[in-house]
Design a protein around this ligand. Structure first.
Ligand SMILES: [Cu+2]
Length: 152
């Protein structure tokens, strides 16, 4: 009888649902591929930043125009940079992606700024961010919250 082991395996899956499938943090839409979406846990509710790798696998330039997330009051595309020894942030109207280009959103550079969080981000949390591209349209990616050291 093969039914019993199968049933047990199903029950085990139901009892321990995976918190987030690894593939949820990867999205392919049109020519746009988004990978490794993550955010650092926060101690307070004020704001957070989400990071990811965005690749244009197509033959035409595309542009990232907007970002939104239901967990924040305001979501913006930002770029951090250092000027005269001071870290500053710019709001980006758009980020162009040439054919074959990968833009890394990472600490100290481009990031998705989440302002006015509903609650602090805890390690293991997941939340959606929707990026809007001129050609690829809206692409939703699931962001995984890591500890202070970032994804291990
Ligand atoms: Cu910012």
């Amino acid at each position: 009888m093969k039914i019993l082991p199968k049933l047990l395996a199903t029950l085990a899956l139901l009892a321990f649902p995976p918190e987030a499938d690894a593939h949820d943090s990867e999205r392919h839409a049109g020519a746009i591929m988004i990978e490794k979406a993550w955010a650092r846990k926060t101690s307070r509710t004020v704001s957070a930043a989400a990071y990811m790798s965005v690749k244009n696998t197509g033959h035409e330039t595309d542009e990232l125009l907007d970002a939104e997330s239901p967990i924040a009051r305001t979501t913006m595309i930002h770029r951090s940079y250092e000027e005269d020894g001071i870290m500053k942030m710019d709001h980006m109207e758009a980020i162009a992606l040439s054919p074959g280009e990968t833009v890394d959103f990472a600490p100290g550079g481009f990031h998705i700024m989440l302002m006015g969080l509903e609650k602090p981000l805890e390690k293991g949390d997941v939340f959606p961010v929707t990026l809007t591209f001129q050609h690829a349209g809206k692409v939703q990616v699931i962001v995984e919250v890591s500890g202070m050291m970032g994804p291990q």
